[in-house]
Write a protein that binds this ligand. Structure first.
Ligand code: ADP
Length: 246
C-alpha cells in the first residue's frame, strides 16, 4: 500500500523501443499522478507518446525504467500473467474503431470479456452494462444495424461489464459526428460522476473541454498539466425529461 490517494502513478517513466539497431525513446521521463475519480485528457501531436502512456497505464506494456504504481501495486516489474489479471480486473478499454465482432449481437459483444470466467450470470451483467449506456433495447442488434455512436456505446458497455475502476479511451469520438460525440462524452461524464476514473487520449479540443484536466505530451515528455476551467457538461440532443431542472 502507498499513502497516496493516486490510483495511477507514473514516476520518471521512460520507454525505449528497439528498432533493429536503433533505439527510439518514446517516453523520456514521464511523471504523472491521477487520483481515483478524475477525468483526464491526454493531448499532443502524433508520435508524441500518448499511446505509449496509455499502453503503460493499461498494463499492455511496461516501462523501460521508472515506476508505475496502480492502485498501490507496483506493476512495473510484473510478468504478463499478472498484468493480464490486472487489466481484467481494473481497466476497461474503449477504442476509436469500437473493435466489435460484426457477426455477434451487441449483447454477445458485451459478454465477450466474461466468457472466460464462470459465466452463469454473464447475460444479465451484459444486459445491465448495455442498459447503463442506454442500449438495452438494442441488445439483439448486430453492429452493422447500429449507428457509429451506438456501436461506441456497445464498446463502452463491453469496457464496463467487469466493473473496472478505470476507463481508458483512445480517441473514443474520432470516428463520430459531433452529435454522436456529445452522446459519448455525456456517457463518459456520467460514468465519471459515478466514480470511475476516466482517461481519454484525444486530438479534439471539444472533448478536452469536457474533461477536468488536460495533460499535454510532446516528444515523450509532459509539457503541460492543467485543470480545465469551467468543465463543460455534454447534453445530448433529445435528452431532457430526466427531472425538473428548467
Ligand atoms: P502517439 O500516440 O502520440 O502518436 P506513440 O506513443 O504511438 O505516439 O509513439 C511515440 C514514439 O514511439 C513515436 O516516435 C513512435 O514511432 C514510437 N513507437 C511507438 N510504438 C513503437 C513500437 N512498438 N516500436 C517502435 N517505435 C514505436
Amino acid at each position: 500500500m502507498t499513502t497516496s490517494a493516486a490510483t495511477i502513478e507514473l514516476v520518471d517513466v521512460t520507454k525505449v523501443y528497439r528498432m533493429g539497431s536503433v533505439d527510439v525513446a518514446a517516453l523520456q521521463g514521464v511523471t504523472l499522478s491521477v487520483a481515483q475519480g478524475e477525468m483526464v485528457a491526454i493531448v499532443g501531436p502524433s508520435g508524441s507518446g500518448k499511446s505509449t502512456i496509455m499502453n503503460i497505464i493499461g498494463c499492455l506494456d511496461v516501462p523501460t525504467s521508472g515506476r508505475y504504481v496502480l492502485e498501490g501495486e507496483d506493476v512495473g516489474s510484473l510478468g504478463e500473467g499478472r498484468l493480464a489479471e490486472i487489466r481484467n480486473q481494473k481497466i476497461g478499454f474503449v477504442f476509436q474503431t469500437y473493435n466489435l465482432l460484426p457477426r455477434l449481437s451487441a449483447l454477445a459483444n458485451v459478454e465477450m470479456p466474461l466468457l472466460y470466467g464462470n459465466g452463469h450470470d454473464s447475460r444479465r451483467r451484459s444486459l445491465e452494462a448495455l442498459e447503463r449506456v442506454g442500449l438495452g433495447p438494442r441488445a439483439g442488434h448486430r453492429p452493422t444495424e447500429l449507428s457509429g455512436g451506438e456501436q461506441q456505446r456497445v464498446g463502452i458497455a463491453r469496457a464496463l461489464v467487469k466493473n473496472p475502476s478505470i476507463l481508458l479511451a483512445d480517441e473514443p469520438t474520432g470516428n463520430l459526428d459531433s452529435r454522436s460525440s456529445v452522446e459519448i462524452i455525456a456517457i463518459l461524464q456520467r460514468l465519471n460522476d459515478e466514480g470511475i476514473t476516466v482517461v481519454i487520449v484525444t486530438h479534439e479540443p471539444e472533448i478536452v473541454a469536457h474533461t477536468r484536466r488536460a495533460i499535454s505530451v510532446r516528444d515523450g515528455v509532459i509539457v503541460d498539466d492543467a485543470p480545465v476551467r469551467d468543465q463543460r457538461r455534454a447534453v445530448p440532443a433529445g435528452a431532457g425529461g430526466h427531472g425538473g431542472a428548467g
